[in-house]
Design a protein around this ligand. Sequence first.
Ligand SMILES: [Zn+2]
Ligand SMILES: [Zn+2]
Length: 149
Amino acid sequence: MIRGLFPTCTWPGCDRPAHRCQLDHVTEFNHRNPEAGGPTCYCNLNPKCLFHHQLKTFGDGWLDDQIVDAHGALWTEVTTPHGITVRTRALNTWLLPNLGLIPCGHGPPTAPGTTEPGDEPTRTLTRTEAKHAYRQRLRARNRTEDPPF
Ligand SMILES: [Zn+2]
Ligand SMILES: [Zn+2]
């Protein structure tokens, strides 16, 4: 279903076919507390090729987000380290036009997790977790200050 909505890698300008991509949790899944992290739900999943998945995971300064608008269309958004935000509407939304109107069975993430299952924190907040918490604050800020619709 996700690969039907996004026929390619969701990174702007990348046309790697979705079937050769990995499904990425936009807001990071929390392996220790799945309820608190990014949900495994169409609203929080999109395909990224290996290169762009790693760029998001390990690169500094990149931020991606995914938004369902009032009409149920899915948008992805990538902000570069220079602060340029590129929004893209999911190409194949017309295939499943009412998808975004199905209510999600989960609340907003409160504690986005680490990217790798083995990436367990040794302190209260690892560098990775701090980065994800920071990203989540940025997403929240972007959504409040700059509503796209
Ligand atoms: Zn890509
Ligand atoms: Zn959802």
